[in-house]
Ligand binder design. Structure first.
Ligand code: SF4
Length: 366
């Protein structure tokens, strides 16, 4: 028997950047796979599917807090701040947690979506993370019923479409599984956001990673393709592959070249490329395919044609969180600060040490 607290609700550790203003509703704890070598988000958490009654109680608690805040009651605790944050963004979106929420049985998901709609009829967008393998194990009919109950978008961490790399990172899915899972979501009429991890395969697998990821996405035809550059650090199991020399790390510039190969090979009608993660060097790499493909390649080429010191200046400014776009470097204040940081890096790491320094800066995001 599960003890239910009617006055509070539970949330998980993460949500995509695009869900920063959403209500967070936890259906499961952790990830049923939990083996990907670049991920330690749920490493210490045993996977659990929450009891439906618990989730329903969370929805009721959230609704009570929403009504209290709307009637002027101050938000004084963590749960109230979360609800207040969602209301500040309009209170019309919700995100289902954790890493593979739709691993829950279809009838339970339907019950929860139905109750969420009853208590929050104003919500117009509900999204969730899911694994390709889980989506491939659900019927189009089940997924269609989720859409009819309000589930509008699914985020899948595809990472790559290149089988040798998927094997190395222990993704638990092949390119074919990604295609089957992704197609089910698309056929059910749910928006699909697929995440790709540039730099993941190092020098050795860079080309296969770029081209097979594009090939798999071309067959899935998702609505969004999100870039999330790999971030390496000794605390990750993936580090072994790089420290043992099996894979060798790409520099920031080489990752940009890999992204160019990837985008050039994409042939997806209507998908939007999104670069909304701090780990991506080029934050402005956003546009719809195929109409804006040339624009995207043009942004990359503009960066690649910059003199080395300008590229380094941009690199350090971006990694220090000072800017997003190439044109931000024209801002005198930003430029002056970036020049100071670059001079420091030259002093401590030498003229060839910019990559080493910026990789350490990125490691802080792990
Ligand atoms: S499936 Fe997702 S949440 Fe689970 S271990 Fe892999 S990356 Fe992490």
């Amino acid at each position: 028997m599960v003890a239910i607290d009617m006055n509070s609700f539970e949330t998980g550790p993460i949500r995509p950047p695009s869900e920063a203003g959403s209500y967070l509703l936890r259906l499961t704890r952790g990830c049923p796979w939990n083996k990907c070598k670049f991920c330690r988000t749920y490493r210490r958490l045993a996977f659990e599917i929450r009891d439906v009654a618990e989730v329903v109680s969370d929805i009721d608690a959230m609704a009570v807090i929403r009504d209290d805040i709307k009637s002027g009651k101050p938000a004084l605790d963590q749960n109230s701040w979360l609800v207040e944050n969602a209301l500040r963004s309009g209170g019309t979106t919700a995100f289902l947690q954790d890493g593979d929420s739709l691993a829950m049985k279809p009838d339970a998901v339907r019950h929860i979506l139905g109750h969420l709609h009853k208590r929050f009829p104003e919500i117009t967008r509900i999204t969730s993370y899911a694994r390709s393998r889980t989506m491939a194990s659900r019927s189009v009919e089940d997924l269609t019923s989720y859409r009819e109950l309000g589930l509008t978008r699914i985020h899948i961490g595809m990472e790559s479409g290149h089988d040798p790399l998927l094997e190395i990172i222990k993704k638990g899915a092949t390119g074919d599984v990604h295609i089957r899972g992704g197609r089910r979501v698309v056929e059910a009429g749910i928006e699909l956001s697929e995440y790709i991890m540039p730099g993941l395969g190092g020098h050795e697998l860079s080309k296969g990673h770029a081209l097979d990821s594009a090939r798999v996405l071309n067959q899935i035809s998702p609505d969004f393709i999100r870039l999330r550059t790999v971030c390496l650090g000794p605390k990750l199991p993936l580090w072994e592959e790089f420290s043992s020399g099996k894979l060798t790390r790409l520099s920031d510039i080489e990752i940009v070249k890999e992204i160019r190969t990837f985008i050039a090979a994409l042939d997806v009608d209507g998908a939007k490329i999104v670069s909304d993660h701090i780990l991506n060097l080029l934050g402005e790499l956003e546009g719809r395919l195929p109409t804006e493909k040339e624009k995207l390649l043009g942004i990359i080429d503009s960066f690649l044609s910059l003199p080395k010191t300008e590229q380094e200046l941009f690199q350090v400014a971006r990694r220090a969180g000072m800017l997003e776009k190439l044109s931000d470097l024209d801002h005198q204040g930003i430029r002056a600060k970036a020049e100071k940081v670059l001079a420091e890096i030259y002093r401590h790491y030498g003229k060839d040490g910019v990559d080493e320094a910026t990789q350490e800066m990125m490691g802080r995001y792990l």
